[in-house]
Structures are given as C-alpha cells and as structure tokens.
Design a protein. Structure first.
Length: 352
C-alpha cells in the first residue's frame, strides 16, 4: 500500500504513466468530471505497440522502473489491451508496478494476474451508491457491481475502495465507511467531488464531523486495521506540478497530455507516442502552471494546498489558472482542522 501513495517525482527514477485504454464508460455517474457523453473509442493493438515503444524510449533516458495506471472511461471494457501492455513490459524485463480503478461492471479473473493494485468504486450502501452512480439509462448500479467488488476483494492481492463524497452524500460518509468495512474492505479512500457546485461551509462542517465520528469509531473498534483516506493522509509540502516530471497521460489514440483533468483537450496536448514529446508545448504549459496564486498570499496552507500545486485543476473549476476554488480551499482548511483534532485526541501514526 505504500507504493500507491508515494508521491513520484523526477528524482525518484520511477516513471508514472496513466494509460487511457478507452474513453468510453458503460455507466453515466452524475458527478463524472469527464462528462457523461464519452465517445466509444478504444486503444488499438497498433497504438498499444507504439505506446510500449514510447515508454521504452523514455525509460532508457531516465528511469529504473515504471508505474502503469490503466484508466478510462471504464478500463475493463478494453481488458485485452491492459493485459497486453502489462505483459509486454514485464516480458521485456522492466520493473513495473500496475494499478487500475474499475466501476466493477465487468468481472475478469485474469486481470488479477496483471494488476498489482486494484481500486474499486463504491459510494456506500445501495441507497447512497445509487444516488449518483447510475447506468446510461439512469438506473442504479449497486446490484451490478457489489458481487464483482467482493470477487475482486477476494482475488486481487491489494484491493482498495474509492468512494466519492458529494454535497448530497456527505451526511452518510461515516456510516458508509463502516458499511464498506463490514463487507471486508480495509483500505477505503473517500474523495470530495470538487466539481459539485452545491458545497457550502455548513456542509464542510458536516464533513469534519463525519471524519471525527470515523476517527472515534476506528479507535473504539478496529484500530490500525482500517486505512481511511483523509484521516490517514500525511500532509506534506507538495511543490508545483512540472509537466514531464510527474509522468504522462497517454490517451486511447496515442496523444500525450500532462494531466488527467485535461486529457483529450487539444490545447494541452504535448505530443504523441509516434513522434514523441513536443518540447515547446511542454515549455508553454510549464510557464503557465508555475505561476503564483495571488489570492492565496499569506495563507498558512500554501505549502500543502492542491490549489497552489495544480493550477490546471483551478482552471477546470473556476476558469482561471490562478483563481483557486472555494471548494478546494474549504477542504484544505478542513484537513488542517482534522489533523489538529487527531493530535489532540492522541491517535497513532498515519498510514498513507
């Protein structure tokens, strides 16, 4: 579990690469930042071969190992390409670590042999999960995914669970984590939906209270056995994002982007697997994302805040690189408040 949460940067000799094997998803989750109107496009075997060649070229220049994360859409809709790329990179002698997040709509026992760390998506019990995670016809997906999620928990060596927290589910967070723990999940990572416009200060107060309740529950019942994101997140200086230093996003068509949030946006394309990286595109984007955020001047959270590190996320949320989102700010302040609460209540060490 340590490897997944280690911050990888260019001085650690491990290349991170997010490979989008498809842009299509068979679900239509209401909060999906990629939009629900996804084209049905898949990475071909030819593009996969070109991707492998690109990765080999980059590896020979700087890196000892590679972390491949398979992405979508729903990546399991193109499982054959995942197996092909992972198998080929291992066959060629590279030290690889593989990960993937799935909506659990597809069960494939073989994939467990190719993925070192699998993250499954569940938002809580059926009532909470079906509130936002729906099919393309608007029906809840809980009954579709629950058996597959349990299957992967049993058969995949390192299985994590990702749950999205929205304004309409925040009051269900603590009970939701306890429910998922009861199913057997021991690494549960709640994440705030930054794109939800209905967050308020009051709701972030509720979020803080939910994490307090989870903290008390874990101390009283399960101790170190449960790893819960945010409760166990180590807050450390982030530094600015540097294009080309923190890895690449390779889309299903072979085009390369610097960030998950803008993959597929032509203005952010920095090359493709056939011709390689465009240095001028990298320089132009780096100049933009290295700016300071004047609105944050004087804030004690600057070294740790994602709004300072990820200006591209700022742009996606507010329309401006140097305009931070109030939601990001509220979450960062909540995290600092939570750290103080945990210290004052005498907990043990954090895990992730």
């Amino acid at each position: 579990m340590v490897k997944r949460n280690r911050y990888l940067s260019c001085d650690q000799h491990t290349l991170f690469c997010n490979i989008w094997v498809t842009s299509f998803c068979n679900f239509s989750c209401k909060y999906c930042y990629e939009s629900t109107d996804k084209p049905e496009a898949y990475m071909s075997r030819e593009t996969a071969d070109q991707t492998i060649q690109f990765l080999e070229t980059v590896m020979q220049q700087h890196y000892d190992g590679i972390w491949l994360n398979f992405h979508g859409g729903e990546p399991m809709l193109n499982a054959k390409i995942i197996k092909y790329i992972a198998g080929e990179m291992e066959h060629r002698g590279y030290s690889i670590y593989t990960s993937m997040t799935t909506n659990c709509s597809v069960r494939d026992a073989e994939i467990c042999d190719y993925i070192d760390e699998l993250t499954v998506s569940l938002d809580g019990d059926q009532t909470v999960h079906d509130r936002n995670r729906v099919t393309r016809t608007g029906k809840g997906t809980f009954q579709i995914v629950i058996d597959n999620a349990r299957f992967y928990l049993e058969h995949a060596e390192n299985t994590r669970l990702r749950m999205v927290v929205r304004s309409d589910t925040v009051s269900d967070l603590a009970l939701g984590v306890q429910y998922l723990y009861g199913l057997g999940f021991r690494v549960i990572i709640p994440g705030v939906d930054y794109f939800d416009p209905d967050w308020t200060e009051t709701l972030f107060d509720q979020l803080f209270e939910q994490y307090q309740a989870l903290h008390r529950w874990r101390i009283a019942n399960v101790h170190e056995e449960a790893i819960i994101g945010t409760l166990d997140e180590k807050i450390k200086p982030r530094g600015k994002c540097v294009v080309g230093c923190d890895g690449y996003q390779i889309a299903q068509d072979g085009k390369i982007y610097p960030c998950t949030y803008i993959t597929g946006k032509p203005e952010y394309c920095i090359g493709d697997v056939r011709s390689g990286i465009d240095p001028e595109a990298v320089r132009r984007i780096n100049c933009a994302v290295q700016q300071d955020v004047p609105a944050c001047s004087g804030c004690a959270n600057i070294p740790y805040c994602i709004a300072q590190r990820c200006l591209i996320l700022n742009q996606q949320l507010t329309g401006e690189l140097t305009t931070p989102s109030a939601i990001l700010c509220a979450e960062e302040n909540m995290k600092q408040k939570l750290r103080k609460y945990i210290r004052e209540t005498g907990t043990g060490d954090t895990h992730v």
